[in-house]
Design a protein around this ligand. Structure first.
Ligand code: PRP
Ligand code: ZN
Length: 303
């Protein structure tokens, strides 16, 4: 069934087609209650229950699509975003965009790495080296800030093999788990940029309909992100130990107290904890006198 909202009033969001951010990006939409059926061989999918279309593209193309106004929104790593913004600025191309939300996935860092056996005592040791990278702008900026000279060797992929091929002495690449570096006997020596996924928006004005849809999308995104760590705790507490127990509940204010049928020495305590609840916390609660402790996930939140 084709969407009922006219295309000019539907938000267009670019996300990564396949890679580290694609599953988490689709997951975020799903948790925002936005249905997009995911036959990913299609380039563009219409949500059936929200005025939003999703464009599946290479992550490197996302900043450009948003900065050129082809898409209203994009989910992209800050690393790719900053690289592209610097590149467009140096080429004199428009590079305006707005960061709407910093997202809680896609964490990684851009790091300079050397072959394991190469000694390293500080950034000065990098002077004069050839550095292979997919991020020439961010790498150049780092060296300029340090006042060091280095030769940047641009590669569009498989940067980690450059030292073995004799193309460069060092690399500057993304590190997430570190397994790519390990597998290539490289070690990270300097972090030059820390990144997470960002929800970005084009600088062009939105129609009133799109602006309204964006407002809802952002509110839901906030609700999903708030709920991600939050837990709902229920427990029984002896009235005498109530104050001590309340202090142990991580990041919660004003818990709800309920009477317990048939036992007036105890109350039931219900609380939303804004931080993770660890086994250690539960053990401390128990030691303080709490019993029947339940920790439940929270799916959504609106404050
Ligand atoms: C990055 C990077 C490494 C890998 C590092 O590629 O180029 O290959 O991830 O991850 P690890 O530390 O967990 O091994 P990315 O997934 O961003 O792919 P792309 O550059 O092709 O977009
Ligand atoms: Zn990429």
């Amino acid at each position: 069934m084709p969407p009922t909202t006219p295309p000019k009033d539907r938000l267009r969001l670019a996300i990564q087609k396949s890679g580290r951010l694609s599953t988490d990006s689709l997951d975020l939409l799903a948790r925002c209650g936005i249905k997009v059926k995911a036959p990913k061989e299609k380039l563009l999918l219409h949500s059936e229950n929200f005025p939003l279309d999703v464009l599946f593209v290479r992550d490197d193309d996302i900043p450009q699509l948003v900065m050129d106004g082809v898409c209203d929104l994009g989910i992209v790593g800050n690393n790719v975003l900053q690289e592209s913004a610097l590149e467009r600025r140096s080429a004199g191309t428009g590079h305006a965009y707005q960061i709407e939300r910093e997202l809680d996935f896609g964490g990684c860092r851009l790091a300079i790495a050397l072959p394991e056996e190469r000694p390293y005592s500080g950034p000065a040791d990098l002077a004069g080296l050839r550095i292979a990278t997919t991020y020439p702008q961010l790498t150049k900026r780092y060296f300029a800030e340090k006042g060091l000279q280095a030769e940047i060797v641009y590669l569009s992929g498989s940067v980690e093999v450059a030292p073995r091929l004799g193309l460069a002495e060092a690399i500057c690449d993304l590190v997430a788990t570190g397994s790519t570096l390990d597998a290539n006997r490289l070690r990270a020596v300097e972090t030059i940029f820390k990144s997470t996924a960002m929800l970005i928006r084009s600088d062009r004005p939105l129609t009133a309909e799109k602006a309204h849809a964006l407002e809802i999308l952002l509110r839901r995104t906030d609700g999903v992100q708030l709920a991600a760590e939050a837990k709902y705790i229920m427990l029984h507490a002896p009235k005498a130990a109530l104050e001590a127990i309340k202090k142990l509940l991580p990041g919660s204010e004003n818990p709800t107290l309920l009477p317990l049928a048939g036992d007036d020495t105890k109350v039931a305590v219900h609380a939303v904890c804004q931080e993770a609840v660890f086994w250690e916390t539960m053990e401390s609660l128990k030691k303080a006198g709490a019993s029947s402790i339940l920790v439940l996930p929270i799916e959504k939140m609106m404050l």
